[in-house]
Design a binder for this molecule. Structure first.
Ligand code: GTP
Ligand code: SPV
Ligand code: MN
Length: 610
């Protein structure tokens, strides 16, 4: 091992607490070398990764990478939140004692980076000078160069962010060790992977993956699990799996901001990047703030403020095309530095392709490899129908590449939030939109968000389950306390956001078609919500919230079957009565749920006529 002190000195890493932390884990993991990185190192690291065959060229300034075929999504069973207090055990946080998990991870990591370089990635999960900056600094250690390239896109990376901390000991210690991916028993009885957030020690220990949220520790482990815990422990903020967008009415000059929780792979990126439908484009302009995480706090003016702690987008590739999400395509054009992972790749032309990019895959199979690297032309008849790309294949690009990125996205003050929406893949029951004015009912609605799980986590696709506020895989403290913390933060606002539940995914029971065209058309529902908030429409009351009257929804330029529209704007009371019973059982699991939430539940049940 080289002289650690000399390397850190040369890299201008001055924080002694960070130095001690690096030295400690270098000793455990047995790395052969240490390298401190910043975003400026990107070009050199790309070159090294290309030369080493870790990534491949995918056009001018575009890159392709393939992860190990058993390492393509988050795994929920192996993900754990540990603390020193058994009272932190909730239903979804997979709580374990810190005293059990730290030695376990230390053992797994011992010597596991032998012969490799350990990269030191100092990062900030917020715009610099944000009111939440004290919770935003972290230092990821990783033995994987592709992970470094992804982190440089997803977070603000520079040694500056940790040299001058107000409290030099206060940064998230985020250790990532890839492990021997071919011998980890992924998904078997003998699974060796562990993804642990030791929340009360602000330490993240992830072993056994190089993919997505398992490996980019600023994103989900710090940005969500740790941040949610810190927000609760400090009493100061909420850290949520939310997108954040702005809508400007060019005629009146008004601007609204909406934050929204949708479970993984359920439409946050697509909604945040949306363009107004063509017929409404002259009037409304949508700005992108964030697509996966929002941290929210109460501003001095009594409004709820929000910001995106990330610096990039890790978006689902599937079905991204000119019609569904032209903004996403524009943010991954040549020279953006975008990285595609687990899509299909043509090693001769260096093109990439994924399901839904075009209606049919490329006709000429020459040079095309599927996401596992196998030539498509060599597929057996039994494999002919297999997807070319993994359903959770993704693109990584920085926020600055997104054409409709808000001009003030990097401003520390954040933006005031007018509306909070929840939604998921729900094939029946949930109408297009229902607005909720009462805060307790809004929080109750988030807690009872029921949706179909997606391919963003291993082995769950299609399962119906409750996913409170889309945080089920990221929950880091007990649900009762989580509900109370939400009520406290929103309760402190003197000007409160309006809540709503949306559903772009209702289907026809007989032929399965989506009743609502989705994507850009979704803006129509959000515009109605903002009009309702301002009192220019009144909506129609229902037992579960206020629905748009048919003539209140702006349908200009939209071709929709009137029978489908009727279904989208009505409530199936019998189906909802059944739902109330399911919700009762769901909520009963949670200890110490605030009385306001139970009261909201009873109000809904009564309104449905129980
Ligand atoms: P994570 O990054 O996993 O948290 O996902 P996300 O919530 O950002 O999901 P994303 O926007 O990437 O969408 C996931 C999938 O849902 C993509 O394949 C989209 O094409 C599809 N999708 C998004 N919005 C809509 C919609 O309005 N209607 C329909 N039918 N599909 C949609
Ligand atoms: C999600 O699964 O919600 C993601 C992708 O945003 S990952 O970073 O892999 O968690
Ligand atoms: Mn997500």
């Amino acid at each position: 091992m080289a002289d650690v002190a000399a390397i850190l000195e040369a890299a201008n890493l001055k924080n002694d607490h960070v130095r001690d932390y690096v030295r400690y884990w270098a000793g455990i993991t047995g790395a052969a070398n240490i390298e401190v990185v910043s975003a400026d190192d990107d070009a050199r690291l790309l070159k090294e990764a290309l030369e080493a065959g870790e990534i491949f060229p995918a056009g001018d300034g575009l890159y392709y990478s393939r992860s190990y075929y058993k390492d393509t999504a988050r795994t929920e069973e192996r993900t754990i939140v540990a603390t020193n207090d058994p009272a932190d055990k909730g239903v979804y946080n997979n709580w374990r004692p810190a005293s059990e998990m730290k030695p376990k991870l230390t053992e797994l990591m011992t010597g596991a980076s032998a012969g490799k370089t350990m990269y030191v990635i100092p990062y900030l999960m917020s715009p610099p000078k944000s009111p939440l900056e004290a919770w935003a600094a972290g230092v990821q250690l990783t033995d994987n160069r592709s992970v470094v390239l992804q982190m440089i896109r997803m977070a603000r990376v520079s040694v500056e962010f940790i040299n001058n901390l107000q409290d030099p000991a206060s940064f998230v210690r985020a250790v990532h060790v890839t492990g021997d991916l071919e011998n980890l028993g992924q998904g078997t009885q003998d699974d060796k992977r562990y993804f642990v957030t030791v929340a009360d020690e602000r330490t993240i220990l992830h072993f056994g993956s190089s993919y997505g949220g398992n490996a980019l520790l600023g994103k989900i482990a710090h940005g969500l699990r740790q941040a949610a815990y810190d927000g609760w422990a400090s009493g100061k903020f909420l850290g949520e799996q939310f997108m954040l967008l702005g809508i400007t009415d060019k005629v009146t000059g008004k601007k609204w901001h909406i934050a929204g929780g949708f479970p993984s792979a359920s439409g946050k990126t697509n909604l945040a990047m949306t363009l107004a439908p063509d017929a409404l484009g002259d009037r409304y302009y949508v700005e992108f703030y964030g697509d996966d995480i929002a941290w929210m706090w109460v501003g001095a003016d009594g409004r709820l403020y929000g910001m995106n702690p990330e610096n990039g987008v890790f978006g689902v590739a599937k079905d991204t095309n000119e019609k569904t999400n032209p903004t996403a395509l524009d943010s991954i054009v040549p020279r953006t530095g975008a990285i595609f992972t687990n899509v299909a790749y043509n090693e001769k032309t260096q093109e990439v392709w994924f399901e839904g990019r075009t209606p049919e895959p490329p006709a000429d199979l020459d040079g095309w490899l599927d996401w596992k690297g196998k030539p498509i032309a060599e597929r057996s008849p039994a494999e002919a129908k297999d997807p070319w790309s993994h359903p959770n294949a993704r693109f990584t690009t920085t926020l600055a590449n997104v054409p409709n990125i808000a001009s003030d996205y990097n401003e520390p003050v954040g933006v005031p939030i007018d509306g909070i929406i929840f939604g998921g893949r729900t094939r029946d029951r949930e109408p297009l939109i229902r607005a909720i004015r009462d805060v307790a009912e809004g929080v109750y609605d988030g807690l009872t968000l029921g949706a179909e799980a997606t391919f963003a986590a291993d082995g769950l696709d299609g399962q119906l389950r409750y996913d409170p506020m889309s945080m089920r895989p990221f929950m880091s403290y007990p649900e009762g306390a989580y509900a109370a913390h939400w009520l406290k933060i929103i309760g402190e606002c003197t000007a409160k956001p309006i809540f709503a539940h949306v559903n772009w995914f209702q289907r026809d029971a007989s032929d399965g078609h989506f009743l609502w065209p989705g994507y850009r058309e979704n803006l129509r529902a959000l515009l109605w919500l903002m009009q309702l908030r301002e009192g220019s429409v009144t909506g129609v009351p229902s037992p579960v919230g206020i629905l748009p009257a048919k003539d209140e929804l702006n349908l200009e330029g939209l071709d929709i079957d009137p029978a489908d529209l009727d279904r989208l704007l009505t409530i199936d009371v019998d189906r909802w009565k059944q739902e109330v019973g399911f919700r009762q059982a769901h909520l009963e699991q949670f200890a110490n749920l605030p009385a306001e939430i139970w009261e909201a539940h009873r109000r809904v049940a009564e309104a449905l006529g129980d």
